[in-house]
Each structure stands twice: as structure tokens, then as C-alpha cells.
Design a protein around this ligand. Sequence first.
Ligand SMILES: Cc1cc2nc3c(=O)[nH]c(=O)nc-3n(C[C@H](O)[C@H](O)[C@H](O)COP(=O)(O)O)c2cc1C
Length: 337
Amino acid sequence: MTGPECAIDMSTTYLGLRLRSPIVASSSPLTGDPSRWEALEAAGAGAIVLPSLFEEQIEREAYAFDMGRAFGADDSAESSSYLPDLDRYDTGASRHLALVELARERLSIPVIASLNGTSPGGWVHYARSLVSAGAHAIELNIYDVAVDPWASASDVEHRYLELVEDVRAEVRVPVAVKLGPWFTSLAHFAIALEHMGVDGLVLFNRFYQPDIDLDTLDLTPRLQLSTSSEARLPLHWIGILRGLVSCSLAGTSGVHDGADALKLLLAGADVAMTASAVLRHGPEQIATMLSWMREWMTARDYVSIDQLKGSVSRHNVPDPEVYARANYYQVLHSAWA
Ligand SMILES: Cc1cc2nc3c(=O)[nH]c(=O)nc-3n(C[C@H](O)[C@H](O)[C@H](O)COP(=O)(O)O)c2cc1C
């Protein structure tokens, strides 16, 4: 690269790790395929998050495998050509730990291991194993649908806080928590997680609702890739949380181009994570995002990512109410004015 763009410092700090760029390859079958690692690194990814180690899968339930299958069945031939062989996607703990070891050996960017546990002991046990295998950091992927009518919102939050506390006490590397958006008082819960020692929040997990097959009346898992419009939800909450918590914030869901990533950073994210875009267009999409961001920054005399991070967060805008209630009225009325 030549010209003023090359003088821009694209590095950022996430989970206490200095990353060379703010675009992180989010957990997906692509990050679980060693043959794609070189391309992800060459495209400028700041770090990669490996596919989750699923405790239930170790017990022979193929959760991620089914998600991958549903995705493969639904999408276009073009995008499926970027998919790794889903039959080999993440089967068993030892294979997964070997993947972490291999990623550490082969990659020069940080390797974040992801874990989806089902039992309190399981979260701790596998978190320890992932760290022993060489993970620079752990992402706890809390993918849970609160279907128990006897468990209150605070029971659910308490359970998560306990599991974070248990993992935190056992591992010395940074720990991030990947959450869904459906918490009654997310700001309160985010602060509680930070007090529990969490180093970062990954917002938001994308939940996959089942569909009904009208021929068989079966419930079928259905996974569709995201669109850019989905980035508005993490953008909103990251903008609110930046300034309330001092831990790292990662935006995930709907990051497809440089503009999506940049907006999350302006709202206060330390990194923007992307999965659907690299599954659809290949790892090179990260280079395209970064190049667009550099151009935008050059045109506005920004010299570094650190300089712009959080500058449009709730704490930094002249009218913080746009992040809260006032936005509702304005949005409804702006559409038909
Ligand atoms: C096929 C597929 C598999 C995924 N597997 C995982 C996983 O193992 N663990 C995880 O935390 N997220 C997983 N995700 C979620 C992504 O990491 C990401 O958070 C989500 O797709 C939203 O980002 P996007 O809009 O860039 O796709 C998966 C996503 C896809 C599309």
C-alpha cells in the first residue's frame, strides 16, 4: 500500500491484546478450517475466534454441525463454495483442542477459543483445556433460551454470573462473554459481568429460530446469513455501554462492509467481528473492509482507530437521548414528515 492511507494506525486493543486491525474473524466454520487461516491473516484480520467447543457435542449431539447443515442447504451455490467441509466441522474435544494448538502454531495473530458449555463443571473444565491448548483468550458463548417459566430474569442472570465467576477463577487469560440481546436490563447486567472480572463483552449472539415445514409439520433448524441492517442492534447497545463499562466491547452481527465496521467502532466497539460476510465473499472481504475504512479515515484526517473509537457513543454525543427514549418519537415521526 502507498499514499496517505498507509500512515494510518489501524491497531486496536481488545481484551488487553494489541491487535493490528479492528476486524476480527468471528467464530464460524471458516475460522475452523486451517486452509483458510493464511487468507484470513493475509486479508488483515486482527484476530480469529475459532468455532465453539460445544460441550453437548462432545456428548455426541451435533449442534454446530446441524447449524452448518441448515446454512448449507439454504444458501446459494456461490456462497457454499466458500464453506469448508461441514462433515469435518468440530467433532469432539480432542480434535478441537488440536485445532487450537495448530492455530497457535500457524497464526501470528491472536487466537481466541470459544466455548459453549452446558454444565457448570463443563464450562470450567473445557475453558482450562482450551487455555492449555494455547488460546490467547476465551470467549464464553452463552447461547441459551430461557424456557423455564420458574426461572426469573434475575435467576438467569445469576446463573450466568456464577459460571463466569467459576471460569474467571480458573483461567489466567482474558475472558470475553458473548451474549444475546434479550436482557431486561442489559446495562445493569453488563456492569455485573464486568465486576465478575470479564475482560470483554461480545454483542450480540445471533439466535436461530426454528421454522415449521408445512409439508411435514416438523420444526426445522434454519440458518440464514445476516444482512447489514442487523448491525444496528449491537451499534445501539455498544453506544450505550461505552462509558458505562471499561471492559472491551466487540460488535458482532451484520458486519458486511467497512461502513458497518466503522460505525460500530465510532459507537464504542474495540473490534468489529464478521462471520456471514467472510462466509459469503471469502476472507478477502476483510481486506476490502479495511481498505474502505482507511480511505474514509484519510478523507477526514483521522490518523488512528484509537482516535475515533467511541466518539459517537452515548457519552460523547451532544444529545445522549438519541440513544434512549427520545429516539423512538423522532424515528416514528421522521419517517412520515
Ligand atoms: C455457520 C455459522 C456457524 C457459527 N458457529 C458459531 C460458533 O460455533 N460459536 C459462536 O459463538 N458463534 C457462531 N456463529 C455466530 C457468528 O460468530 C456471529 O456471531 C454471527 O453469525 C453474527 O455475525 P455475522 O452477522 O457476521 O454473521 C456461527 C455463525 C454461522 C453463520
